[in-house]
Write a protein that binds this ligand. Structure first.
Ligand code: NAD
Length: 421
């Protein structure tokens, strides 16, 4: 097999379980070399009349279990290596929650704040014209990611349907509800994380009213999970945004914090709470810590100071590999991102199913089904933790890699069955 396209970071991730699963070269190749990589440059007319070229990517990592699925991000740091890694992680994430999907990711190297709304629309439509022959409800289904939202998904859907000359709502998910989107999609990532925490808390005998929670990040994911956990009776003692954090040992009223943030643009200076820094928030003595802002927040520098009993990774990659090892030694449980924040892709799957049936579910129906998928994924993971006597991250990797390779083997793409220890 051609090795030029190997994803180095994916290799590092797969290496963690390669020995346990006794992976051979063919298996390693399947898990570290994306199936298809598109790199392109395309012209867009700016408001000034100037023509600017943009660099875009779409990586379809593995489709053994179904059409590939993954978001499109608009960010100046977008590069091929990052998109390959994110496509690999989507392949694992879809398998962790048992969706009939492979994994993909796409992006445009762009600082969106520098462009007008009309320019963003033309950049979005141009991106779809470049990938139109490589996507489709049975091939690859994009979705929102960093700096892309339901409004952009609507433009992308419209462009694709104009090209094809027919309605194809299942080509993209994360659409507005008025344009074939799903109910509950907006807070599905947070609700999925809350269901996972509910399962873990049950197993650890943590009662909501006696469980203190700190949440880093007060955007879509952080604000919604803080709101949901507060509504479920958990004691949310601290929250933060990029500016600062707030703390009250007796718990914060998250409804009031949301109103304060809407009014003032920040969570800081909330009446009845103490202002704290983001660093202090991470090191608070709470039962649960929910990093829901950025990657690389818990590193070898601060891992030794973390006092929470359980970390729920709602952001992507908030704990570095070195920090993970330190936390493991300190007996701090880490619920990995590929499970904790998979609620968004589960409801994206429900959106795709509803599009294919042309029949739409109520919010309660969506949430009931989401709960089933998330709790089943926790049970699957716990079984593998017991089988291999390992931490949650290893268990999720083992379980999803076994399933991906099994699908490849059944297709005749691998000669030998996967050997387990
Ligand atoms: P968002 O932009 O809506 O919110 C990010 C929040 O983080 C904001 O409140 C911002 O103020 C805060 N923040 C930024 N820098 C910070 C810092 N240094 N310290 C503390 N807070 C800081 O983004 P989001 O959609 O909520 O995503 C958050 C994380 O969750 C990201 O890692 C994203 O990849 C991941 N995620 C999101 C979804 C989803 O459905 N939105 C799905 C899966 C994973």
């Amino acid at each position: 097999m051609e090795k030029d396209n190997v994803c180095i970071d994916c290799h590092n991730q797969v290496d963690k379980v390669a020995k346990i699963l006794k992976l051979g070269q063919a298996e390693l190749d399947i898990l570290t070399i994306p199936k298809r990589i598109l790199t392109f440059s395309y012209p867009v007319k700016l408001d000034s009349g100037e023509i600017r070229y943009f660099t875009g990517y779409r990586v379809q990592f593995n489709d053994a279990r179904g059409p590939t699925k993954g978001g499109i991000r608009f960010h100046p740091d977008v590069n091929l290596e990052e998109i390959k890694t994110l496509a690999f992680l989507m392949t694992l994430k879809c398998t962790v929650v048992n969706l009939p999907y492979g994994g993909a990711k796409g992006g445009v190297m762009i600082e969106p704040k520098r462009f007008s709304e009309a320019e963003i629309e033309r950049i979005s439509r141009g991106y779809i014209r470049e990938i139109k022959d490589f996507i489709g409800p049975d091939i690859d289904i994009p979705a929102p990611d960093v700096n892309t939202d339901s409004r952009i998904m609507a433009w992308m859907l419209d462009e694709y349907e104009k090209i094809k000359g027919r309605h194809v709502p299942g080509v993209i998910t994360g659409k507005p509800v008025a344009l074939h989107g799903s109910k509950a999609r907006e807070f599905s990532t947070s609700m999925g994380g809350a269901y996972v925490l509910g399962e873990m808390a049950g197993a650890l005998n943590l009662k909501p009213a006696k469980t203190s929670v700190a949440v880093q990040g007060f955007g879509n994911v952080g604000m919604n999970i803080a709101r949901i956990l507060h509504e479920w009776g958990y004691k949310v003692v601290a929250v933060s945004d990029s500016k600062n954090g707030i703390y009250n040992a007796n718990g914060l009223d998250i409804k009031d914090v949301i109103a304060h943030k809407e009014k003032t643009g920040q969570v800081a200076k909330f009446k009845g709470a103490k202002d704290i820094s983001n660093e202090e928030l991470l090191e608070l003595k709470t039962d649960v810590l929910v990093p829901a802002a950025l990657e690389n927040q818990i590193t070898k520098k601060n891992a030794n100071n973390i006092k929470a009993k359980l970390i729920l990774e709602m952001a992507n990659g908030p704990v570095t590999t070195e920090a993970d090892d330190i936390l493991l030694k300190k007996d701090i449980m880490v619920v990995p991102d590929i499970l904790a924040n998979a609620g968004g892709v589960v409801v994206s799957y429900f959106e795709w199913v509803q599009n294919s049936m042309n029949f739409y579910w109520s919010e309660n129906e969506v949430l009931d089904k989401l709960k089933t998928y998330m709790t089943n994924a926790v049970k699957d993971m716990s079984k593998v933790c017991g089988e291999f006597n390992c931490d949650m991250r290893k268990a999720l990797y083992i379980n999803s890699i076994r399933k991906i390779l099994e699908a490849e083997r059944l297709r005749g793409n691998l000669a030998q069955p996967v050997k387990s220890a």
